[in-house]
Design a protein around this ligand. Structure first.
Ligand SMILES: [Zn+2]
Length: 261
């Protein structure tokens, strides 16, 4: 059910055409790039939230919807933020950052939805860049060794074509040059017993979920987990506890596009 709308949308998304085609299709790519202006004329890009036709300098979201973003302003907050407080007494975290507040019916919700189901990997990279430009502006995050995107099951990745957290991490990495490690953690195959558990509990049932070799030596002192949206924090809490069991001394920070208010 998810796959079909995804395919349908991709037909109308020229960036989907141009970016991921393999090197064996360079000629085809050139033709697509050549005809892109004509394609855009026939199928103009529209704002993913209000559906108004976009200007060339507006990627995915029109300026009007972007102006309505509810920024958290955490980058300028000296006292503990609501996101810091969300993990108090639950998991020990170093720094936390969410760029936007998530509200139902908002442009932020449209962004997160399109990033997950709309075959728009580039949107993740754009949001990742925005996170980095806000958070790292005040010389914070200097000790972070690596970005760890929250893993998704390989079946979901296959259907969606990408892991949205990985795309957000790529955007952060482009600005900060902090490397990404996709192999540090991975989601185990969903067993029958796990299907009865909640999404968060599944993390705590992934003991040994680290790749072979990773348990022998820890090359990182400070990792930053990258997620798309934080609601209750239960998934991250379970994931952090799992990591701390293997690496008790490791420092963990959290980055997300949005958090629920
Ligand atoms: Zn709009």
């Amino acid at each position: 059910m998810i796959f079909l709308p995804g395919l349908f949308l991709s037909v109308f998304n020229t960036q989907m055409f141009v970016a991921p085609i393999s090197k064996y299709h360079k000629a085809f790519q050139s033709i697509l790039i050549y005809y892109k202006p004509i394609f855009n004329l026939v199928f103009p890009a529209t704002c993913i939230h209000c559906r108004r036709e976009l200007l060339p300098e507006e990627p995915y979201v029109c300026w009007c919807c972007e102006a309505g973003f509810k920024h958290t302003g955490f980058e300028n907050q000296k006292v503990p933020t609501p996101l810091d407080q969300l993990f108090w007494g639950r998991a020990l975290v170093n720094q936390t950052f969410a760029l936007l507040y998530f509200q139902k019916g908002s442009a932020t919700q449209s962004i997160l939805h399109e990033l997950k189901y709309g075959h728009k990997p580039q949107l993740g990279i754009i949001m990742g860049r925005k996170i980095a430009e806000a958070f790292f502006l005040n010389s914070r995050g200097q000790t972070i060794d690596v970005l760890i995107p929250v893993p998704t099951h390989h079946k979901k990745k296959f259907v969606r074509g990408y892991n949205q957290s990985e795309k957000i991490a790529q955007g952060i990495s482009k600005v900060t040059n902090i490397p990404i490690d996709n192999g540090f953690i991975f989601k185990r195959k969903q067993t029958e017993s796990q299907t009865k558990k909640t999404k968060a509990e599944r993390w705590s049932n992934v003991s040994g979920g680290f790749r072979q070799g990773a348990q022998n030596e820890n090359k990182y002192k400070h990792i930053a987990i990258v997620d798309d949206v934080i609601t209750t924090g239960a998934t991250l809490e379970a994931l952090i506890k799992e990591i701390k069991q293997v690496y008790p001394m490791i420092e963990i920070s959290i980055f997300a596009v949005a958090m629920a208010k």
